[in-house]
Design a protein around this ligand. Structure first.
Ligand code: FES
Length: 442
């Protein structure tokens, strides 16, 4: 009414269509707005159990809707070009270019003013800063910042897997001082904290906007969530070698996974794998693969079987100590400490690049691997951290005479395998120390 323009399809479509710039702009806006909506929906749905089942449906929907809309836009505009009868809602067009020009200028000026206002407000020093104290430093941020934003502004690594939406809990912090003066948790924050059974002094950094000074300590480290080291390709493809094999498995993992949020489970698993990977590599071995919550490590791809067995034994102690550290770090997050079971055996194995195309990797196959895997199962049966074959212990130059051993039969293998059960793998270090030959005086 104000402009004298009718705003029905009969006016808008030809106007947009007649000018290629307008038509392109309209199409781009449609795609951008739709993609933005899809992104939001994807963030919301991606963690749900049912999402993978319906992925194809959502994907088709996301692609087809804008495609059909653009086709409809083109078809509608072109049909109007050839002329259609007017309808009752058709409003005759009266051009009023001056008014349109004024409106356009006002809108553009308004938008520019808002952008400039935002930039100016950000540049003005804000009174009433909040001091956030981390375990190793203190920073000041303007009131209204969340703790997560404060970390980011100060360049402090802070984990936030869901992107600050209060859903993953990976950004959570323990508030060690000043909690009582902070705003209470919102319903969404409370729901996430309740789900992980967080203690009262734990808050989500992405949701907590402190209004008084506080001291915090991030619970999950922000340095990384993945493995630092991956196995490197060895120059041992396609040959038989005598190697030491270590199987390691996390006990009761299914139970643990049920009680944790998926994000926490992935985080914890990565930390656990990192611990195993570091222990194995520091001892001289390589990780062959991670399978579920288990790991297969090989020693001796490029050195003697004697050295390989000594390295594998050293790795078990390092792993046990690493798991202790993990348990200490995650004490408040876990109902029960993490427990591991390890099985080790030494003998011949075929080493080679196995698989096809991108799914191939350097791996070891053979009876020695199966036996190590079976021994890992025995460690669980005996509620011990380690079941190691006497062969491996002897290769490493240790004596087994004063230790109780079990003769275990292994499916597919003739005879039995003499095996030692070690309740705590940290004992292995003492075993190795006791067997070290006395130093000869110079
Ligand atoms: S970043 Fe996911 S809950 Fe805060």
């Amino acid at each position: 009414m104000l402009t004298g323009y009718g705003d029905g399809y009969y006016q808008v479509l030809p106007t947009l269509w007649a000018d290629p710039v307008n038509a392109t702009r309209q199409s781009l806006v449609l795609i951008i707005v739709w993609a933005h909506g899809c992104l939001g929906a994807w963030f919301w749905m991606r963690g749900r159990n049912w999402y993978p089942r319906y992925f194809l449906f959502f994907y088709s929907f996301a692609v087809l809707v804008p495609l059909l809309a653009l086709l409809g836009f083109a078809a509608g505009a072109r049909s109007l070009e050839v002329g259609l009868p007017s309808t009752a809602w058709f409003m005759p067009v009266r051009t009023a270019p001056e008014i349109i020009g004024q409106i356009r200028t006002s809108i553009t000026a308004g938008l520019l003013a808002m952008i400039a206002g935002t930039l100016i407000l950000r540049a003005i020093p804000v009174r009433g800063k909040i001091r956030v104290t981390y375990p190793d430093r203190a920073i000041s941020v303007a009131k209204g910042f969340s703790v997560l934003e404060a970390s980011r502004a100060a360049g402090i690594p802070h984990l936030s897997i869901c992107g600050g939406r209060g859903r993953c809990s990976t950004c959570r912090v323990r508030v060690t001082e000043g909690l009582e003066r902070q705003p209470p948790a919102s319903d969404a924050e409370r729901a996430t904290l309740t789900r992980i059974r967080a203690p009262d002094n734990v808050r989500l950094a992405c949701q907590l906007r402190p209004n008084h000074n506080l001291s915090i300590s991030p619970i999950l480290g922000g340095d990384n969530v993945g493995l630092k080291a991956q196995p490197t390709e060895q120059q041992a493809a396609g040959r038989e070698r005598h190697i030491a094999v270590l199987f390691c498995d996390l006990r009761d993992f299914t139970l643990l996974a049920q009680r944790q949020l998926p994000f926490d489970t992935v985080f914890l698993l990565n930390r656990y794998f990192e611990t195993i990977g570091e222990a194995v590599e520091a001892s001289g071995g390589v990780i062959d693969k991670f399978i579920g919550d288990g790991a297969l490590a090989l020693f001796g791809l490029n050195n003697s079987i004697e050295d390989a067995c000594a390295q594998a034994l050293t790795a078990t102690t390092r792993i046990a100590k690493g798991i202790d550290v993990l348990n200490r770090n995650f004490m408040s997050e876990l109902d029960k400490p993490l427990r591991i079971a390890m099985g080790m055996h030494a003998g011949p194995a075929i080493i080679g690049q196995i698989g096809c195309s991108k799914a191939s990797s350097l791996t070891a196959v053979g009876d020695t691997i199966n036996a190590a895997s079976r021994l890992e199962g025995f460690a669980k049966e005996y509620d011990a951290q380690l079941a190691v074959s006497a062969d491996l212990v002897r290769y490493a130059g240790l004596t087994v005479d004063d230790r109780e051993s079990y003769n275990i039969s292994i499916r597919g293998r003739t005879g039995t395998l003499e095996t030692l059960i070690v309740q705590n793998a940290e004992e292995v270090e003492a075993m190795m120390e006791a067997n070290r030959p006395p130093e000869t005086p110079a």
